[in-house]
Design a protein around this ligand. Sequence first.
Ligand code: SF4
Length: 83
Amino acid sequence: MMPVCKRCLLADMDASGVYATILRRIEQMPEGQRADAETYRQRLECCRGCDALVNGLCSICGCFIELRAAKAEMHCPHPERFW
Ligand code: SF4
């Protein structure tokens, strides 16, 4: 059983190559749909400080954080909308 890692992104764990798959998905995203590098970095910083981040997933929406944050039109699903 995988240990619960609170406040870890997939980048910190690389569970079973999932992170590499997510990175490929992000790279294949059309340029216009992808968040710019600074927005992406700021979003991930918010997630790292959030109690809802568990094992690289947002426990509110169930998304892989790196993938959700990479999509320009996405937002944080928390009621306080952190990003
Ligand atoms: S609630 Fe928002 S800030 Fe928290 S992990 Fe989910 S997407 Fe990130």
